[in-house]
Design a protein. Structure first.
Lengths: 472, 527
C-alpha cells in the first residue's frame, strides 16, 4: 500500500464511523441539572484544593447571572436546557498510561476511531477523553525527560500548581462569557501542557474527545504554556454518537506563548449533528511569539467558536485559518478575534466556508487596534461558497482602528460553483458529484496546505463525503 | 367650482391652485382668529390685487402669498392656543424632552390617517427605550453621550433671518425648484415652472401636499421607517414633522435640473424634523439636492430628518445630500430607498458637520434589474462622531447595489461604518458590493468598520471590503521633495482620496462648492 493509502486507513474518522455507543456504566455521576451541589460533587470526586472549589463556585454565580447572548447570536441557543444536562460522568480519575489498562469498552471506542494507530504513526503524545475524564494519556519518554508536561486539567493543577496556577483562567477570565463561566464551574478533563524553554516538539501532541452518554455536557479545559523559544503543535479531534437529544460541548482553551514561542493549535471538529459546540479559545502572544489557530468545523448542530489572539508583545503574530462546512440543519458560526496590544504586531485571518443544502455558515470577526500603537497590520479574508439555492452565509466583522501606520484590510466574497466549471469537468468524464467535489476541494485547497498532511487527507475525505448527494 | 376672480380666469394653472389654497386658508383663519390677524390678511390681499400688474411674475407672487399665509397660520396657532401655551414651561422643565410637548402641527385640516400615523409615531417614541451599548444596532456608538434632552421645536425666526438665510442658500443656481426652511419654518419657495406643472409634476411643502393630494400622501407619507436602530427617533419625527419637500414626478417625465431643499437651524436648542419625500413614477427622471446647514457656528440644534425615495419601474432618481451642520448639532438622518423593476437610484452623501451624526440609509430592491448606488464621503475632526449604518436588501433577482463610504479622520474623531447586504432567498443573479475606506490622519482618530453580509441565495456575486490606513509617508515625502509643503501635500492626498466620491455628484458647480466646504474644514486642521 502506498503511504497515502496507509494514512487514509489510519485516520478513518468519518461521521458514520463515530456513530456508535457503548452501554453507560459510570462509577461517578453528578446527576442531572446544575447547582452548587453538582459543583461540590465534581470538586469532591476530584479531591481538589479549596481554591479550585472557590473558583468553581464563583464561576457558577457568574454563569447564573449572565444572560444568553441571544441579542446577537442564533436563537437556537434557547434550545439548550441546562437543567436537563448531566455535568459529570466518569469511570475513574486517573488515566491509564498503557493502552492495555484502558477499560475494554472505552478501548474499543478509541480503537474503532483509530487512536492507537495514529499514535504509533506520527504523534508525540496522545490523550483520549471519554466523557468527563481522560481515559488514556501517554507521551513519548524522551519528551518527558526534556521536561515537557502533558497531563489532564486536574492533575496539572494538583501536581504543578506553580506552573499552571498563574495562567489558569487568566487568558479567558471566568466572566468572559456565559459559557466560559459554565466551563469554569464544572470543568473536567482537557490537557495542561508545558513546554520548557527552547524545547521544540517536532511531532504534534494530540487529544481526542469523545462523548458517549446521552444528555451529556463535556467541559474540558485546556491550557498550553510554551516557554521562551519553545514550539508546539497540538491537535484535537472530536466525535460523538448521534443521539435524539441535544448534547453540549463547551470547552475553554487558553494558550500562552512566551517570548519567541510558537504554538499551533489544530482542531478538527466532527461532532454529530445533535451537539451544541460552544467553545471559547484564546491565546496570548508575547514579544516575537506566534499563535496560530487552524480550525476546521464539519460537524455539530450549532458551533459558536471565535478563536482569538491577544498580541501582547512587540512583533507578535496571530493567525487564524478556518474552514467550515455547514450541511442541512447545521449552523457553523465561526470566526476570529485579533486584539493588538503592542507595536509592530501582525495578524492574519483566512476563513473559508461552504454551505450545502439549508446549511448556514457565519463568519464573525473582531479586530482591535487601540490608539497608542504603531505599525500594526491585519489582513482578513472571508470567502464563502454556496452550493444550493437555499444555502445561507453571513459575514459580520467588526474592526476598530486607531494609531499610526496601522493598516487593516478586510475582504469578503461570496460565490458559487459555476455551471461552466461543472460542465467542463463532466465533459472530461467526471460525474456531476465528482466534479462538484473537486470544485469544492479546490476552493479550500489553499487552506488545506496549512494542515498537517494526515489531517488534510482526512479533511478531503470528509468533504467528499459531505458533498455526496448534494448535487441535483 | 366656485367663480374665480376675473384675473385668474385667464387660466394660469398654478395661480388657480394657489388661489384655491389661499382662499381656503383665509376662510379657515378668519373663522378662528382675532381681528388683528385679519388685518394682516387684508394686507396680503392687497398684494394679490397687485398681481395683475405683474402678470409675468404671477406664479412667483402666488407662491410668496402662500408663504405669507402659512406664516400667518403660525401666528394664528400661537394666538389660538394661549391656554395650552401657558402650561408648556412647567411640563417642559419637568420632562426635559419633547416627549410631552403637544405638537403644533395638528391642525383641524389634517386628515385622520395622518393623525393616526402621528399618534403611532408618538407611541413608538414613548415606548422604545433610548439605545444602549448592548444594542447590536448601536455597537461602537458612544450612546452614553447621546442625549436629546432640552431640545424643542422653536418659533419661526424673524423675517430678516429668513431672508438672510434664503440669500445664503446658493449652492446650486441652475435648479428646477427650491425650498428653504429655517427651524422648520418656511422661508422661501420657488415652485416648478409652468411647463413642469402642466406635466403633472408636484413639488410642494409637505403641509400643502397633504391638503392638495391627500390620496398620494396617504399612500407614501411616513410609510417607510428605518430598521437600523433609530425607530424611536423615527417615531418622534412622524409625530412632529411639519416641514419638508414632497416631489412627485409622473410617468415618463424627465427633469434635468435638480430640486434643491435647504434645511437650516437657527434658534437656540431648536429641534427640527425635515422630511424629503420623492416619488418617481415609472420611467421618470429627477434629481434632488438636500442641504443641511446651521445659521451660525454656535446655535445648538437637534435634527431628526427622514427621507424616503420611491423609484418606480425604470425611474432614475439621483439624490445628493450635503450635511454641514455646525459642531453643536446632534443629527439623525434616516433615509430609505425603495427601487422597483429596472429603477436606477443614486445616493451621494457628503457629511462634514454635527457633533454627532447618525446616518441610517437603507435600500430595498423590490424589482428585478434595479440598480442602486450609495456613495458617501465624511470628514471627521475634533470630537465629532459619525455613525453610519447601511442596509442593502435584495428582494428581487438580477439587481445591482453598490456602496462606497469613504471617511477621513482628524483629531479625536470617531467614525462607525456598519453595513449589511441581505440577499433574500430567490434573489438570484444579484450583484451587491460594499466598500468602506478609512483614512486616519491622526493617531487619536478611531475608525470602526462592521461590514456584514447575509446571503440566502447561491447564484450571487457579493463582496465587501473594509480598509483602514494612514497617509502614505513615502508619497508625502515624494511630494515634499518637489517643493510642496507637507500640509498642502496632505491636503492633496485627502482630496485625491475624496475625489472618487465628489466626481459622482455630476455637477461642476456643486462639486466645486463641496470641495470648498471640505477645504474650509481642513484649512486650519492639517499641519
Amino acid at each position: 500500500m502506498s503511504t497515502l493509502e496507509l494514512q487514509e486507513k489510519a485516520i478513518k474518522i468519518d461521521t458514520e464511523k463515530g456513530n456508535f455507543k457503548y452501554p453507560e456504566n459510570y462509577e461517578f455521576d453528578a446527576g442531572v441539572g446544575l447547582n452548587e451541589d453538582t459543583v461540590k460533587y465534581i470538586s469532591d470526586v476530584k479531591n481538589e484544593d479549596p481554591w479550585i472549589l472557590d473558583f468553581r463556585l464563583k464561576a457558577l454565580k457568574v454563569f447564573e447571572s449572565k444572560p444568553m447572548p441571544t441579542n446577537w447570536a442564533d436563537k437556537d441557543l434557547e434550545n439548550i436546557h441546562f437543567d436537563k444536562i448531566r455535568y459529570y460522568l466518569s469511570k475513574g480519575q486517573v488515566p491509564a498510561r498503557s493502552w492495555d489498562d484502558v477499560p475494554d469498552d472505552v478501548k474499543e471506542t478509541f480503537e474503532r476511531l483509530g487512536i492507537p494507530e495514529q499514535e504509533r504513526k506520527f504523534l508525540a503524545g496522545v490523550e483520549a477523553q471519554f466523557d468527563s475524564e481522560a481515559s488514556y494519556s501517554h507521551m513519548k519518554e524522551d519528551l518527558e525527560k526534556e521536561g515537557v508536561i502533558f497531563v489532564g486539567s486536574s492533575e496539572g493543577l494538583a501536581k504543578y500548581p506553580e506552573i499552571f496556577k498563574p495562567y489558569f483562567g487568566k487568558v479567558i477570565p471566568t466572566a468572559d462569557n456565559k459559557f466560559s463561566a459554565l466551563n469554569s464551574a464544572v470543568f473536567s478533563g482537557g490537557s495542561f501542557i508545558y513546554v520548557p524553554k527552547g524545547v521544540k516538539l517536532k511531532q504534534p501532541l494530540q487529544a481526542y474527545f469523545r462523548i458517549n452518554a446521552e444528555n451529556f455536557g463535556q467541559f474540558e479545559r485546556t491550557l498550553i504554556i510554551a516557554d521562551e523559544g519553545a514550539e508546539i503543535t497540538y491537535m484535537e479531534g472530536c466525535t460523538a454518537p448521534k443521539f435524539e437529544t441535544a448534547t453540549l460541548h463547551s470547552a475553554v482553551v487558553e494558550l500562552v506563548a512566551l517570548k519567541g514561542a510558537k504554538i499551533q493549535y489544530i482542531t478538527v471538529q466532527n461532532w454529530s449533528s445533535n451537539v451544541f459546540n460552544l467553545v471559547t479559545k484564546r491565546g496570548v502572544a508575547d514579544e516575537g511569539a506566534e499563535v496560530k489557530w487552524i480550525d476546521c468545523n464539519i460537524g455539530s448542530r450549532l458551533t459558536m467558536k471565535y478563536p482569538g489572539v491577544v498580541l501582547k508583545g512587540k512583533g507578535a503574530r496571530g493567525e487564524v485559518l478556518s474552514i467550515a462546512l455547514a450541511n442541512d440543519g447545521q449552523h457553523q458560526d465561526t470566526g476570529a478575534k485579533m486584539m493588538h496590544l503592542a507595536d509592530n504586531t501582525t495578524s492574519n485571518i483566512i476563513s473559508k466556508s461552504i454551505s450545502i443544502g439549508k446549511g448556514r455558515s457565519t463568519y464573525r470577526g473582531q479586530v482591535h487596534m487601540p490608539k497608542h500603537l504603531k505599525n500594526c497590520k491585519n489582513n482578513t479574508e472571508c470567502d464563502a461558497l454556496l452550493i444550493n439555492t437555499n444555502s445561507r452565509t453571513d459575514t459580520y466583522p467588526a474592526i476598530t482602528t486607531r494609531g499610526q501606520n496601522n493598516t487593516v484590510q478586510h475582504e469578503a466574497s461570496v460565490s458559487k460553483v459555476s455551471a461552466e466549471q461543472i460542465f467542463y469537468m463532466m465533459q472530461r468524464g467526471l460525474s456531476e458529484g465528482e466534479a462538484m467535489s473537486l470544485a469544492v476541494n479546490g476552493f479550500v485547497n489553499e487552506l488545506m496546505k496549512a494542515f498537517p498532511m494526515e489531517y488534510s487527507v482526512e479533511l478531503k475525505r470528509l468533504i467528499d463525503m459531505e458533498m455526496e448527494g448534494s448535487v441535483g | 367650482m366656485q367663480k374665480l376672480p376675473s384675473f385668474l380666469r385667464r387660466g394660469d394653472w398654478f395661480a388657480q391652485s394657489g388661489w384655491l389654497l389661499f382662499r381656503s386658508r383665509i376662510t379657515y383663519l378668519v373663522s378662528r382668529i382675532s381681528i388683528s390677524i385679519s388685518i394682516t390678511i387684508t394686507i396680503t390681499i392687497t398684494i394679490t390685487i397687485t398681481i395683475p400688474h405683474h402678470v409675468s411674475r404671477i406664479s412667483h407672487n402666488v407662491s410668496r402669498i402662500t408663504y405669507l399665509a402659512s406664516r400667518i397660520s403660525y401666528l394664528a396657532s400661537r394666538i389660538t392656543y394661549p391656554a395650552s401655551r401657558i402650561t408648556y414651561p412647567a411640563s417642559l422643565t419637568k420632562m426635559n424632552t419633547l416627549l410631552e410637548t403637544p405638537t403644533n402641527t395638528l391642525s383641524a385640516t389634517e386628515p385622520s390617517w395622518l393623525a393616526t400615523r402621528r399618534a403611532a409615531g408618538l407611541e413608538q417614541f414613548k415606548n422604545l427605550g433610548m439605545p444602549t451599548a448592548r444594542d447590536e444596532c448601536w455597537r461602537f456608538a458612544s450612546v452614553g453621550r447621546l442625549s436629546i434632552d432640552d431640545f424643542n421645536p422653536v418659533e419661526a425666526p424673524a423675517t430678516t433671518t429668513l431672508d438672510t438665510l434664503t440669500e445664503r442658500s446658493n449652492l446650486v443656481s441652475d435648479r428646477a425648484g427650491r425650498m428653504v426652511y429655517v427651524d422648520d419654518a418656511p422661508a422661501d419657495f420657488e415652485c416648478v415652472s409652468k411647463e413642469h406643472a402642466d406635466q403633472g409634476v408636484i413639488y410642494l411643502p409637505i403641509s400643502e401636499a397633504i391638503e392638495q393630494h391627500p390620496e398620494l400622501m396617504e399612500k407614501y407619507l411616513l410609510q417607510e421607517s428605518t430598521e437600523l436602530g433609530s425607530q424611536k427617533f423615527f417615531g418622534l419625527h412622524a409625530a412632529t414633522v411639519k416641514a419638508g419637500a414632497v416631489l412627485y414626478i409622473p410617468k415618463g417625465v424627465e427633469i434635468k435640473q435638480p430640486f434643491v431643499n435647504y434645511y437650516w437651524t437657527s434658534g437656540a436648542r431648536a429641534a427640527v424634523f425635515p422630511h424629503t419625500l420623492i416619488i418617481a413614477e415609472d420611467n421618470s427622471k429627477v434629481s434632488v439636492v438636500d442641504i443641511f446647514f446651521s445659521e451660525t457656528t454656535e446655535n445648538e440644534a437637534l435634527n431628526i430628518s427622514v427621507s424616503n425615495i420611491h423609484a418606480g419601474a425604470g425611474a432614475q432618481v439621483f439624490r445628493k445630500v450635503v450635511q454641514d451642520w455646525n459642531e453643536k448639532t446632534v443629527s439623525f438622518q434616516l433615509d430609505t430607498t425603495v427601487a422597483e423593476r429596472d429603477a436606477q437610484v443614486k445616493n451621494v452623501a457628503v457629511n462634514i458637520g454635527a457633533a454627532r451624526a447618525r446616518f441610517e440609509s437603507q435600500t430595498r430592491i423590490e424589482g428585478a434589474g434595479a440598480d442602486v448606488k450609495m456613495y458617501s464621503l465624511t470628514v471627521a475632526e475634533d470630537n465629532q462622531e459619525f455613525d453610519q449604518r447601511t442596509f442593502q436588501t435584495h428582494n428581487a433577482p438580477s439587481a445591482v447595489s453598490d456602496l462606497l463610504y469613504k471617511n477621513a479622520l482628524l483629531g479625536k474623531s470617531r467614525t462607525i461604518f456598519s453595513g449589511l447586504i441581505k440577499v433574500a432567498e430567490g434573489a438570484q443573479q444579484t450583484d451587491a458590493y460594499q466598500t468602506n475606506r478609512n483614512l486616519l490622519l491622526d493617531p487619536t482618530a478611531e475608525a470602526n468598520a462592521l461590514p456584514g453580509l447575509e446571503i440566502l441565495a447561491n447564484d450571487v456575486r457579493c463582496s465587501h471590503g473594509a480598509t483602514t490606513g494612514n497617509v502614505n509617508e513615502e508619497e508625502l515625502f515624494y511630494m515634499m521633495q518637489r517643493g510642496i509643503p507637507r500640509r498642502i501635500a496632505m491636503q492633496l492626498m485627502v482630496f485625491g482620496f475624496f475625489e472618487e466620491v465628489i466626481e459622482k455628484v455630476d455637477s461642476d458647480e456643486l462639486a466645486d462648492n463641496l470641495r470648498h466646504l471640505i477645504h474650509n474644514k481642513f484649512e486650519s486642521k492639517l499641519k
